[in-house]
Ligand binder design. Structure first.
Ligand SMILES: [Zn+2]
Length: 293
């Protein structure tokens, strides 16, 4: 065997070994022991990254700017350039502006939104990116009550609101409200849905409103007093309340009334202002909370 041939053989074996290591790293990195739900530290806004046990990924809102890219890169391996689905809870900037760069940089399988009219520049730009994102345009569906997103391995997202055409509603009122379920654990994800819609949801769910009970509540509208009615909080009756807001925000979120109510219900409050990104893992039975700070 000539020298060149021999060298090639070692080079080839080395490359194969590297490839094997890489493949196993990829398998390891993309195999989770359960569900991951991360409330990303994006300042004043919402961005929630959900990864099913089988690796399927969903991004519900993307915050007010590109901070979401930094947070995603901490949670996703560098070679993972796709997100299976995005959901725009409603078209306000603090929920969707981050999607513009996400849609440019990641291959997105499907987008969902409530279908409320918005004339904001950021919504227009996002729609343009979604429509033109290469190599293919991202299909868009309207969220309606009764829809179920099956993420695989028993993880699912049930759409609770809107239950009708919301094109002419105020944007917060049109917010998608969804419940994420994995095994015996669940998360109530509320966008900026106001009190009136919370009460409507309780009435839709029947007298006991058992279907609303969730282990984790993403507190509506960054802890604004315009959300988190007592009747809704009672129906959801969470073990943890998550507030996604930015330090020193001009709205004064979270409002004292909301925090007082959560305290009165003795619900531990986790706030991205103090804790940074909040990761909650579920094995289907119990939750584990990890924070950055
Ligand atoms: Zn908001």
């Amino acid at each position: 065997m000539g020298k060149i041939k021999k060298q090639f053989k070692y080079w080839f074996l080395g490359a194969m070994l590297l490839l094997t290591v890489f493949v196993w790293y990829a398998v390891y990195a993309e195999t989770r022991d359960g569900l991951l739900v991360a409330f990303l530290d994006v300042g004043q806004g919402d961005a929630i990254f959900i990864e099913a046990p089988n690796g399927n990924q969903l991004l519900l809102d993307a915050g007010p700017n590109n901070a979401v890219l930094r947070e995603l890169s901490k949670l996703m391996p560098f070679y993972d350039r796709s997100v299976d689905m995005i959901i725009e809870s409603h078209p306000d900037k603090d929920h969707i502006a981050g999607f513009i760069e996400v849609a440019r940089r990641y291959d997105i399988g499907l987008a969902m939104e409530p279908g409320v009219k918005s004339h904001s520049a950021v919504y227009g730009e996002l729609n343009k990116v979604v429509a033109e994102n290469s190599p293919r345009r991202i299909p868009k569906v309207l969220a309606r009550r009764g829809m179920r997103i099956n993420m695989g391995d028993g993880a699912r997202v049930d759409i609770l609101l809107p239950d009708r055409d919301v094109s002419d509603l105020e944007t917060n009122t049109a917010s998608i409200v969804a419940k994420l379920v994995y095994g015996n654990t669940s998360f109530m994800l509320t966008g900026d849905s106001p009190r009136a819609m919370e009460k409507y949801l309780v009435s839709l769910s029947g007298p006991a409103a058992d279907g609303l009970k969730s282990d984790v509540l993403k507190v509506g509208h960054h802890g604004s007093r315009t959300s988190t009615s007592e009747i809704f909080l009672g129906a959801v009756s969470p073990e943890y309340a998550i507030i996604s807001a930015g330090a020193g925000n001009r709205y004064g979120h979270p409002h004292k009334e909301t925090v007082d109510l959560l305290n009165r219900f003795e619900i531990p409050v986790l706030n991205t202002i103090n804790l940074g990104t909040i990761k909650i893992k579920s094995d289907g039975e119990k939750l584990t909370v990890e924070t950055e700070k």
